[in-house]
Design a protein around this ligand. Structure first.
Ligand code: 0O2
Length: 239
């Protein structure tokens, strides 16, 4: 009897705690939304940083194409994380929902994706961008040399870049993902096929295996393409 009363009591305490946590989270979100201007301003700064970063890569592409008669960049795309995704990530990482904590704790709010024909283009662009004196490397994850368990490959750089405002210079972080066309094809399809799909566990595992197989094929494709390029380049140089 006493045990069941205690049990019910602790359940109701847990329920109260959960409701309080929910209430606090709602209040924090409300505060963040009501501080709409600082958050809007931060997002505008990220948009500017994203534009600056895109331009840097476009300039490198233009200049390289002049000297090498081909483009090292196939495409560039950008995205800003939505507020919902920012809040979700902040919650997952235990980051307080304040504008300052979000800026200091989430580095991929602005993202630029650069797709290259060949793997060597990725590392050439990496060293070109890092040699620019207004760029600082904050973090690097080389999922090409060390692919993720899923098979995902790309080079991720968190770069700090200045934006020049009316009366100040502000340093902003941008995540740059560099990939080959094969890596991009795999990542886009894998994301579309697996993301938020409610698959039975055995089917999910089976599909993961197949996607890993595709990743290995894609990797081989990149190797062969690079080899064909390097070989044909040798003949071109001899002409
Ligand atoms: P979106 O819409 O591309 O922005 P976290 O963000 O915490 O999950 P972390 O450690 O901050 O991860 O960064 P990580 O894992 O180095 O890189 C995250 C981003 O890389 C993802 O962003 C994807 O763009 C991409 N990525 C990483 N792993 C995979 C994968 O297995 N498959 C695919 N298709 N993409 C991957 P977001 O925020 O998840 O999405």
């Amino acid at each position: 009897m006493a045990e069941s009363i205690l049990g019910t009591l602790s359940e109701s305490i847990e329920e109260k705690k959960r409701k309080l946590a929910e209430k606090m989270e709602k209040q924090m979100l409300k505060r963040l939304h009501s501080s709409a201007y600082p958050m809007k301003e931060l997002m505008a700064f990220y948009r500017c940083a994203q534009m600056e970063m895109e331009t840097k890569f476009r300039v490198l592409d233009e200049q390289f194409s002049l000297t090498h008669d081909r483009n090292p960049i196939e495409s560039i795309s950008s995205r800003l994380k939505t507020l919902d995704h920012i809040y979700e990530k902040a919650k997952r990482k235990g980051i307080p929902l304040t504008v300052e904590a979000i800026e200091n704790g989430i580095f991929d709010i602005a993202g630029v994706r650069v797709v290259c024909p060949f793997e060597k283009d990725i590392y050439m662009l990496r060293s070109s961008i890092l040699s620019q004196d207004d760029i600082t490397l904050v973090e690097e994850r080389d999922y090409i040399k060390n692919p993720k368990e899923s098979g995902y490959r790309s080079l991720h750089l968190i770069l700090e870049i200045p934006i020049f405002l009316q009366k100040e210079k502000r340093m902003m972080k941008v995540e740059v993902q560099l990939r080959t066309m094969a890596m991009d094809q795999w990542a886009s399809l894998e994301h579309r096929l697996m993301y938020k799909k409610d698959l039975p566990e055995d089917v999910r595992e089976e599909m993961k295996k197949k996607l890993l197989e595709c990743a290995a094929l894609n990797r081989r494709l990149d190797e062969i393409m690079q080899d064909v390029k390097d070989t044909t380049d040798l003949y071109q140089e001899e002409d």
